[in-house]
Ligand binder design. Structure first.
Ligand code: SAH
Length: 220
């Protein structure tokens, strides 16, 4: 008799998510797909919503915040072109799921969350999953993480109207920064910035909808 326990069901749900939500919609980076097969997304979702963890949508994680839709996490990650040896900064730890995906694909992840309860929860789950290359800090991501700069890539997973200047300063030459840019409660522009010797260029990558970036960025 076959015994299918809930962990097996989650593995099947993950594989299904990769096939139907990612492979069919322009996610082709094999390392990114592998990370999505591996990271247990259901553990980053509140217990009462775990059965929906692999659905094609964002989900509430408390405090008015959300874990992003799998496709959006995959798109933003793929656009960073990670090869394995990078140091990456994330603004908006939220559940910690995006940080875990990044940690599968680069050397070190530095992630900042302004809501202490969320950064504590994310730290606990990332610790229990034995991620040693993720560093979580509570605070306003506006100022970045100067002690650890420069970064090969920066990912902002909340929406500011402009990129805080310290984040551009902390990006390496040759580095990439991905951000949903735009006003609160409106469709935002997923934008990738590339920094080279001659300056910073940007490219529009489609519309998206993220929770707003709070704090210092709202005052300017
Ligand atoms: N990457 C997350 C989803 C992020 S939701 C995940 O994988 O689950 C956006 C998060 O950004 C929220 O948790 C919100 O509290 C946080 N945030 C908003 N403004 C911020 C700021 N100025 N600094 C750091 N975090 C911020």
């Amino acid at each position: 008799m076959s015994s299918t326990n809930s962990e097996d069901l989650y593995i099947i749900a993950r594989e299904n998510m990769v096939k139907t939500q990612l492979l069919k919609r322009d996610i082709a980076d094999k390392r990114v797909l592998e990370a999505f097969r591996k990271v247990p997304r259901h553990l980053f979702v509140p217990v009462d919503n775990r059965s929906n963890a692999y659905e094609d949508c964002p989900l509430p994680i408390g405090f008015g915040q959300t874990i992003s839709q799998p496709l959006m996490v995959a798109l933003m990650t793929q656009l960073l072109h990670l090869k394995g040896n990078e140091k990456v900064l994330e603004i908006g730890t939220g559940s910690g799921y995006q940080a875990a995906i990044l940690a599968e694909l680069c050397r070190d992840v530095y992630t900042i969350e302004c809501i202490k309860e969320l950064s504590d929860l994310a730290s606990d789950i990332l610790f229990s999953l034995e991620y040693k290359n993720i560093h979580v800090k509570t605070g306003d991501g506006y100022s970045g993480w100067p002690e650890e700069a420069p970064f090969d890539a920066i990912i902002i997973t909340c929406a500011p109207e402009y990129v805080p200047p310290p984040l551009f300063e902390q990006l390496k030459i040759g580095g990439r920064l991905i951000v949903p840019l735009g006003p609160q409660h409106k469709i935002q522009s997923l934008t990738i910035f590339l920094k080279d010797e001659s300056g910073i260029s940007e490219k529009y990558e489609g519309g998206c909808f993220f929770v707003p970036m709070k704090g210092m960025v709202e005052n300017n």
